[in-house]
Write a protein that binds this ligand. Sequence first.
Ligand code: ZN
Length: 392
Amino acid sequence: MPAPDPSGGVAREDRIVMPGFVDNHRHSWQTAFRGVGSDWTFPEWAVAMHGTVKPHYQPEDVYVGTLLGRLEALHSGVTTMLDWYHVAQTHEHEDAAIAALRDAPARSIFCLGAGWATPRSVDDDIRRVRADLSGDGLVTLAWGLRGPEDTSMDTVARELKLAAELDLRTSLHIVAEGTQRPVGDLHEHGLLRDTTTFVHGNGISDEELRMLADAGSSLSISPDVELKMGFGFPLTGRALAAGLRPTLSVDDVPSVGGDLFSTMRTAFAAQRGLDGGLRSRDLVEFTTIDAARSCGLESRTGSITPGKDADLILLRTDDLTVFPVTDPIATIVSAGHPGLVDTVLVAGRVVKRDGVLVDVDLAGLRTRLLNSRNRIAAAAGISLNTPWLPRP
Ligand SMILES: [Zn+2]
């Protein structure tokens, strides 16, 4: 797919042009601890991130972690990202995350996690942030609900009603361990919505997947986290069989890399190992148009279509890791990596050119993130020499 080079106006033969990636579930506040949790199980991640370091986060830590996390995703070709915020402590922390997303030249959705260890009124909180993020600019708002596994069904119902009133999409994590049927329970209470994205859900039944498909709900699969942390196999193939187009997400960068090339490859390999299913084109659709639909942004992004907002990425085809490119889609899925991302456009504006983010003070931000990491670690009493996770 030779593409015109929008930065130079000269036709080039050595780039693939594709829609920018859409990641609909990532907790970027954890960026200062990138890579420390490669070996973690889910309980270990929860102890380390929520129990050990989160209480010591100050607004500056949320700001610089979110900003460098968002910039890394953009650098890797993620033009749209939903930032699933659950470091809630004060309004200043929330505002710092929103400011960081606004300072990144990218399309972002601030997904405010409801009631995650905050004593404040969830309703007041979402109304306050809604008043700030009321437009349809590059940064918009969604609401991260606790769901039936973390709160009562009455609370879920009340929050979904308020979400509709505030015209907000919702996202919620589900696990479905043992005999739990969280999706079935929501269905029986009439609480499945076409504006909700369910995250993970590895333990749900095929019947529940059909309920999600019938309701028009979305499913976000984080294959690396789910496999490594012990959630079980990703639902990719079972979702397709139930009539539900899955989407893919990174989730958290302490334990996995932040680019969707790797995420696609893991999902692909896992499903091939299970039943030989999926084609390369499926993976690209999961991370572009299907994910855009899950964010309610399919009229603006997710495909190369006249009238959309021109969120595009150009991938090098002369790089030795992919040269010679014969089949672009197969190449992207089988061998793609962030080093190929030469140019990124968001809403028609070039934000990365010749492999470099435009007008970003990365040196200054790196210093701030290192200071943030070191200060939090000192406050939490943890060593940055591995393994630093406190063991029970
Ligand atoms: Zn998550």
